[in-house]
Design a protein around this ligand. Structure first.
Ligand code: 13P
Length: 266
């Protein structure tokens, strides 16, 4: 069973269209020198208003652009209707997306997203032929109270509820300890690997060992060019979901380069 690494950039609520275009072009310029086999799966999640400009850059550069996949940062589970401010999977697909990030801690925390909503989103994304990047993670209080594993296992069980083994196998999970997001405090890579192994075991319990061996599980939280090699060297860490360091072409490209140096498909 081999798992291709993923390096995903979550731009969050940053960058105007022209800035998004420049940054995307900076990444495209870097990946053009490598074959799709050499590269990890590279995914970029811009704000909704920059999806079309980024998709145009991707298409304009022929096969080079296809080396970068585009993701939505959120979606609704219905196809269309009276849901002011929301965007559907079909709309994201129409805008060039093949991935959708769901359940990010910022959405759970600031927009009251529940496990049940995240499960509905995962089902809609998979039914629409896209790939969910399902985020999970504990707060500092939960870590200090010793409930990290039970909390994350329950987030994962709820998110995957009712999905087929094949759907689970093709999904992506991102373990992002909340206390490590945007703080510069990276989770120790052995500890991140331990939690990710626990997530993989949980996936096996709710599906099959094949699905658990296939699903790609990323680490996120203050990932930087100088942290990625050690993270990628761990048995169960299949890549990274990068926030701050994805906002500059130099640092994001260095993360991709350092991943290629270490990453043997797992
Ligand atoms: P930082 O890399 O800025 O810590 O953000 C991580 C994150 O939340 C990615 O989704």
């Amino acid at each position: 069973m081999s798992r291709k690494p993923i390096i995903a950039g979550n731009w969050k609520m940053n960058l105007l269209k022209s800035q998004a275009k420049d940054l995307f072009e900076g990444i495209k310029d870097f990946v053009k020198d490598y074959s799709a086999q050499e590269l990890p799966t590279v995914v970029i999640a811009p704000v909704f208003t920059s999806l079309s400009v980024v998709d145009t850059v991707a298409c304009n550069c022929g096969c080079e652009g296809n080396k970068i996949s585009i993701a939505g940062q959120n979606c609704h589970w219905e196809n269309s209707g009276a849901f002011t401010g929301e965007v559907s999977v079909e709309m994201l697909k129409d805008a060039g997306c093949s991935y959708v990030i769901i359940g990010h801690s910022e959405r759970r925390q600031y927009f009251s997203e529940t496990d049940e909503m995240i499960n509905k989103k995962a089902k809609a994304i998979l039914a629409g032929g896209l790939t969910p990047i399902i985020c999970c993670g504990e707060t500092l209080e939960q870590r200090e109270a010793g409930v990290t594993d039970s909390h994350i296992a329950s987030q994962i069980r709820a998110a995957l509820e009712g999905l087929t083994n094949d759907q689970i196998a093709s999904s992506v999970i991102a373990y992002e300890p909340i206390w490590a997001i945007g703080t510069g405090k990276t989770c120790d890579s052995d500890e991140a690997n331990r939690v990710i192994s626990m997530i993989r075991k949980t996936v096996e319990e709710v599906s099959s060992s094949d699905a658990a061996n296939s699903i790609r599980i990323l680490y996120g939280g203050s990932v930087k060019p100088n942290t990625i090699a050690e993270q990628m060297s761990k048995s169960d860490i299949d890549g990274a979901l990068v926030g701050g360091a994805s906002l500059k072409a130099d640092s994001f490209n260095e993360i991709i380069a350092n991943t290629m140096k270490v990453a043997i498909a797992k």
